[in-house]
Design a binder for this molecule. Sequence first.
Ligand code: ZN
Length: 308
Amino acid sequence: MRCVAMLALVACTGAAPDAAGSDAPPPTGDASGQGDGGGGLVPGTLAVSWMHGSQSCAQNTDPELQVHAYNATTHILRQNKCDTFEAPFIYVLAGSQKALVLDTGATNTTTLRDTVRSLVGASKELIVAHSHAHGDHVASDVRFSGQPLTTVIGTNRAAVETAFAIAPWPTDEGTLDLGGRVLDVLAIPGHEGTHIAIYDRETGLLLTGDSLYPGLLFVNNWSDYRASMHRLAQFVATRPIAHVLGAHIEMTATPRQVYPYGTTYQPNEHVLQLAARHVTELDAALTALGATPPAQPVAYDDFVIDPP
Ligand SMILES: [Zn+2]
């Protein structure tokens, strides 16, 4: 998420061309929230009403953390928008031996750690990793550090490279085996230099952090981001993708419309999930925009590209 006031948006006319070509598998994700388990994927559900803040946060009674079971071994957590307007999403994927915690949120309390342990049990090793190193994704790392059966992966590039055996960075693809559940790890710098995407071969979920979600996609390094989204588009063209899940929701359910920066109330927000076609659309849009970033944000139906 970008940390400055939003500028006027430039609407992009017409849908971005489909760069995937006719031989790409049809995307299976949709706004209905039902993962269909196509391509041999283990299904799950996104039929959930996310807590989305309050008109008056003094009256807000939501919990600190909302927990949604996508399925028995896959949980999606959202922080309370009245505690932190970023209201980031956090993902917990469990295998037979280990569980991945992707991001530790924007607030520093023990709630996330305690919740994660209650979800995965005391005997699994926790691998705490980060979509990227920005503050709203790492804030409660200190609550996990030094805990039993817990590895917190550092936030610098060397630590991320080593943890997932991504060499050379960023073009190599790493993996993380949770025990009968293998994740692919892709380096996708651009929003931030250590940004990764996680693909779960079991569910077909693609976790894209702040690089792709229904909101303002702030690009720090334009050329890195274009290259990363191109590699990601090539990746999704050859895998079954159930849903593309990012770390925030900042858009309304109305196409191209973004909530004001810093809002703590999103009564009509966009669904969390995007689909493989959005990765393709983003890649095509970046290709069309060219090597020189545009002067202003460019809005598409389900995301806004926010140049450096
Ligand atoms: Zn970020």
